[in-house]
Ligand binder design. Sequence first.
Ligand SMILES: [Zn+2]
Length: 277
Amino acid sequence: MYTYKIYDKYGIKLLTFDALSQAGGIKHCFTTRKGGVSNGYCESLNFSKTRDFDDRNVNENARRLAESLDVDYNKLTVVPQVHGCEVKVIDEENCGAGFSKPRFEEGYDAMVTDVAGIPLMTLHGDCVPVFLYDPVRRAIGMVHSGWRGTALKVALHAVKKMESEYGCIPENIIAAIGPAIGIDCFEVDMPVYDELLKSFPCMAENERLAVAGRIPSKKQVSLPGLVEQALLEGGIKKEKIIDCGICTCCEENAEDYFSHRRTGGKTGIMAGVICLV
Ligand SMILES: [Zn+2]
């Protein structure tokens, strides 16, 4: 049984989670490659201004996405992602950074807000997107968790920020894990494995989280699985964590999803967006 839907709206192909849609009170999506104006290996719905050398393409892609999702382009907010664990609180004053306003100078890998109408956007090309929504307190978060951010438990930091800023109770929070590199495609060297193992000792004993690599000196790791562990540690209920299970890196998904690893970095970048209404 699928936990998500993929649909076309105004020519843009988007993924949404049933659990978030059914909770009501927000708009959200994860983008695919389809429906934008970028060219070459960024074809076509790319959101990275460092990979597409023409900012106008990315701005146009963002405008199309905002229209498709029916959110305010002028409030669309992105942070400079640095594979850390800092969480930026977004409000009426600072929203719009990265599109209609200059980008933030400091790096962050997650955002939270309780202000309606501000679309939070993180950028992904294999790294794990996490959508957080507390329908009780009405607050949201959007997280970018690559392997370094996962080792630092950035998703857990975002949950804690929702608690400290907005008084959210973790057990009310719904967490959705979007398309990201899966365990079959994420082969890592031992230093990376060891770094992740320090944060998640449980992965040594859990074949859903890590297995021996095809090459003996390597391991295969599930970043979405580790992100789920971080969310559980934060007090989110297991039944409220939904993982779409789509691997961005698998060859069979190349038509729909960009992947940094599959292409050796010659790729565009997708977006996760969440917005309170
Ligand atoms: Zn794969």
